[in-house]
Write a protein that binds this ligand. Structure first.
Ligand SMILES: *[C@@H]1O[C@H](CO)[C@@H](O)[C@H](O)[C@H]1NC(C)=O
Length: 224
């Protein structure tokens, strides 16, 4: 097991950052294996976070959008769609808050940004640029080495995937910051204008590893 982990670490470290501007990851089928491991800038502790991503799907069931696990919390920072309750659910340190009322339509791009700051303990969701109410979740920092995966939901550090929670569709513009974005920065991200890229995950300089069937494709899919 240790040897395996070492091997994985070496493979991930060997990858050099790639500019994914104008690109997307396509997750073309329902599996409990296909995923992308994103390698952030080294972090041991996170006391504030913003994560943004754009996604496109027609799934009519629960699914994962962003999964960050540590050794002690498999849902250390996770964004999950709960189809039964029609809720977008940010999880932080295995705690969950529910947000209802988003117009999460199938077959179109949606941008989802989530901010959290341990000094206030408040989490907030920005769905297609619309802010939600700010809810208290936790004041404890996220500690330990993060494993960030898109396409699958982690029930353990780097594993424990569930076929019925996997993501099928397209995902793009994944960024992560170690601070909360201002509303104006948020708007720039939503409009794809000159926003400051993530300092922990930067779509324009991404270190990642694809496992199984995930494709990198151009984001433009319609005639201009
Ligand atoms: C993100 O990557 C781009 C391209 O390499 C680089 O110019 C930019 O400085 C990076 N931004 C951050 C905040 O790391």
């Amino acid at each position: 097991m240790t040897f395996f982990l070492l091997l994985v670490t070496l493979t991930v470290c060997a990858a050099s950052p790639q500019d994914l501007s104008g690109k997307m990851f396509t997750f073309p089928k329902e599996t409990n294996t296909a995923r992308v491991i994103l390698t952030p800038k080294p972090i041991q502790e996170l006391s504030a976070v913003t994560v943004c991503h754009r996604s496109f799907t027609d799934l009519k069931r629960d699914h994962i959008l962003f999964s960050l696990a540590t050794q002690s919390n498999s849902n250390a920072f996770m964004i999950f769609w709960d189809e039964g309750n029609k809720e977008m659910e940010p999880h932080i340190r295995d705690l969950k808050r529910e947000y209802r009322g988003q117009d999460y339509k199938p077959n179109m791009w949606h941008s989802v940004c989530t901010t959290w700051d341990s000094s206030s303990g408040l989490v907030q969701l920005w769905f297609d640029g619309q802010p939600s109410i700010r809810k208290y979740i936790t004041s404890e920092a996220i500690r330990g080495s993060p494993m960030i995966i898109i396409g699958q939901e982690q029930d353990s550090h780097g594993g424990g995937f569930d076929l019925k929670q996997c993501f099928v569709g397209m995902m793009s513009d994944v960024h992560m910051w170690d601070y909360t974005l201002s509303p104006c920065e948020m708007q720039k991200y939503v409009d794809d204008l000159n926003f400051t890229p993530g300092n922990l995950l930067n779509w324009s300089a991404m270190e990642f590893q694809i496992i199984d069937k995930v494709l990198i494709e151009d984001k433009l899919m319609t005639c201009h």
